[in-house]
Design a protein around this ligand. Sequence first.
Ligand SMILES: Cc1cc2nc3c(=O)[nH]c(=O)nc-3n(C[C@H](O)[C@H](O)[C@H](O)COP(=O)(O)O)c2cc1C
Length: 175
Amino acid sequence: MPRILILYSTTDGHTIQICNRIGRVLEDGGNTVELRDIKVEPDLQQGTFDKIVIGASIRYGKHQPVVKEFIERNQAILEAHPNALFSVNVVARKPEKNTPETNPYLQKFLKTIDWQPQHLGVFAGRIDYPSLGFFDKHMIRFILWMTKGPTDPTGTFEFTDWEKVEEFGQSIARL
Ligand SMILES: Cc1cc2nc3c(=O)[nH]c(=O)nc-3n(C[C@H](O)[C@H](O)[C@H](O)COP(=O)(O)O)c2cc1C
């Protein structure tokens, strides 16, 4: 059974939900999936995994620094496997910013690394206003107000297109 490693970087947990959905698609297709926090350095020695996927969310315009650090440290081993990278952000709810080619965060991030992932994805995330602290709640409300998104501080808004997430899972299976 092919073993697929999915590494996540998250602040509020939504990226893990997306990884879980990708994982389920892969398991249904006969793969074994391991989901790990990118912060906990996994053993990537050749032969441990057959494919590697990295999923990371955006906060205040950036992926967590640990994502770039991990990629830089492990570029050779990433390149030695079928591999993929996806980004989760709220700007991707906009149709004109929801592909790897049109999403500004993913494009900007790719310019900062040498690794060229074999497969790329972008998914719109989730805003759960009641779960956020005062500062973050008002900052993201402002960001969403600026971009004509929902600003009700009592609301939870999930923008993720789960069908698109499942299609991404299928494409990982084909790598
Ligand atoms: C405080 C805060 C700042 C955020 N900043 C951005 C941002 O600059 N651009 C963006 O597109 N999305 C932004 N987001 C949206 C997140 O990327 C989205 O909520 C995503 O689902 C978070 O994934 P996670 O739960 O895995 O961390 C922000 C969210 C919060 C709560």
